[in-house]
Design a protein around this ligand. Structure first.
Ligand SMILES: NC(=O)c1ccc[n+]([C@@H]2O[C@H](COP(=O)([O-])OP(=O)(O)OC[C@H]3O[C@@H](n4cnc5c(N)ncnc54)[C@H](O)[C@@H]3O)[C@@H](O)[C@H]2O)c1
Length: 243
């Protein structure tokens, strides 16, 4: 029996793909919105016996995100969970961050979560059931230079999440944040390989964080067990940042 559909953005790769695998194992059918082909994720999900739908969607586009919500509704069971995971993290000094780059990072990381929420909350509200999980980053609480646009965007994600929690708590919809620490993905390794040599040693659990270390938090936040948890941020970074 399907538990409904979980929508995950940016799940063609990296951490999002691991979220998709775990939520499929939990019993959700999976819908993926990504700017690149998600056929690897499709293979992994369909192997579990769950249904899968994906489309090439830029989360910064109001039209594409609304069309995606209509397409998911036509192809899969009702959406219960939305994980706004798509994100970009150019490592640039403030001097090298021009306005176009600032807008791009805010666009994908923050506007994307807003637009996907606009597209999927109406259905959740109608059914009086929804789990929104937004993705921030432990960089918000740490001394990390050269990420001004990124850290600003992730602060915005936490603000948006708290606002959604307040506005939709009476409608059966929760909104929470997972804030991962430095995680072993191809994208992060190609962005900053050197940081993997020293940062994990600063964590209470001094080893490299893998995407699979994060999936239990998202599983819980999408489950009925978290029905009374909303507006919260869970840092999953091996115990470096402390809230
Ligand atoms: N890897 C880390 O160390 C780390 C740490 C903290 C937080 N995070 C956050 O976790 C999330 C995933 O990170 P990752 O390392 O798996 O990255 P990744 O690059 O492996 O995956 C991100 C996915 O988002 C997609 N994407 C990018 N722009 C998009 C857009 N406009 N519309 C739709 N999809 C788009 C990409 O195609 C890609 O598949 C991001 O939000 C990131 O900020 C990552």
């Amino acid at each position: 029996m399907s538990k409904g559909t979980a929508v995950i953005t940016g799940a063609a790769n990296g951490i999002g793909q691991a979220y998709a695998q775990r939520l499929a194992a939990d019993g959700f059918d999976i819908a993926v919105a990504d700017v690149v082909d998600a056929s690897t994720t499709r293979g992994l999900i369909e192997a579990t016996g769950r249904r899968f739908f994906s489309a090439l969607v830029d989360v910064t586009s109001p039209e594409s995100t609304l069309q995606f919500a209509a397409d998911v509704a036509a192809n899969l069971p009702p959406v219960v969970a939305l994980v706004n995971n798509a994100g970009i993290y150019p490592w640039k000094s403030f001097a090298d961050t021009d306005y176009a780059l600032w807008r791009k990072v805010l666009g994908v990381n923050l506007d994307g979560a807003f637009l996907m929420s606009k597209a999927f909350i109406p259905g959740m509200k109608e059914r009086k059931l929804g789990r929104i999980v937004n993705v921030a980053s432990s960089t918000l609480w740490l001394n990390v230079p050269d990420m001004s646009a990124y850290i600003a965007s992730k602060g915005g994600v936490i603000g948006l999440t708290r606002a959604l929690a307040s506005e939709f708590g009476a409608s059966g919809i929760t909104a929470n944040v997972i804030a991962p620490g430095l995680t072993n993905t191809k994208s992060m390794r190609s962005t900053n390989e050197e940081i993997f040599e020293f940062l994990p040693k600063l964590q209470a659990i001094p080893r490299t964080l893998e995407p699979t270390d994060l999936v239990g938090v998202v599983s819980f936040l999408c489950s009925p067990d978290s029905a009374f948890v909303t507006g919260q941020t869970v840092v999953a970074d091996g115990g470096q940042a402390r809230l």
